[in-house]
Design a binder for this molecule. Structure first.
Ligand code: FES
Length: 209
């Protein structure tokens, strides 16, 4: 028997490594080919997006304290997965923010008019446009003192005129920005997919018109 082919020699170790590497590459290419048409089928044309066509967003890879930015109706939108620690800051912020109960009805749909300003507490969806002059506020998720605010509990900071928002997009009192960051209409298609631009089936009261 050829000692190089009896299954235990050094040549076989090398060959196994090669086969493993080859399989991994083929697997990766296979996933790539499968993923592209799937993602493409979700993407409306640029013209349709400007006109307000709903967009579907895969949030399966979004980790706690991470944020995704997507465009809808020509504006950036943030999607954040909030941790339990982040959610726990929100009741503490009620005395610091201007509209703790989200009573300004134009700033969110009815189904987001709650402590978290969201359908699922852990997933926040916001229009990323400061209500002062329209800049995109920076996401500063760390619950620790910041140079711009020593009592910082996480949220958004708009550096141009220094408006601050909490981790539900609620504006602090006495800021240049007069209102909370808007929540767009959205709903969940499944645990990992949400659609911006369409209300939940059970609530059509704040449509995407
Ligand atoms: S645009 Fe955000 S504070 Fe002025």
């Amino acid at each position: 028997m050829n000692p190089a082919s009896d299954g235990d020699g050094p040549d076989d170790t090398g060959r196994r490594k090669f086969l493993t590497a080859t399989t991994a590459v083929v697997g990766a290419v296979g996933v790539g080919f499968a993923a592209v048409p799937f993602i493409k089928s979700w993407s409306p044309s640029e013209r349709a997006k400007q006109a307000g066509a709903p967009i579907k967003v895969d949030i399966s890879a979004l980790q706690e304290a991470q944020q995704l930015t997507v465009a809808w109706r020509g504006k950036p939108h943030y999607i954040v997965r909030r941790s339990k620690a982040m959610l726990a800051t929100l009741p503490e912020m009620d005395s610091t923010v201007l509209d703790p109960k989200s009573s300004n009805e134009g700033q969110q749909p009815k189904y987001a008019q709650n402590e978290y300003r969201s359908i699922k507490p852990e997933v926040l969806v916001l229009e990323a446009v400061c209500t002062h002059l329209g800049c995109a506020p920076e996401f500063v998720p760390e619950i620790k003192p910041q140079p711009f605010y020593e009592d910082w509990k996480g949220g958004y900071f708009c550096p141009c005129h220094k408006s601050k928002y909490d981790l539900a997009g609620r504006v602090f009192k006495s800021q240049p920005a007069p209102a909370n960051l808007p929540v767009p209409p959205y709903h969940f298609i499944d645990d990992n997919t949400l659609e911006i631009g369409v209300d939940p089936a059970s609530d059509k009261s704040t449509g995407a018109a």
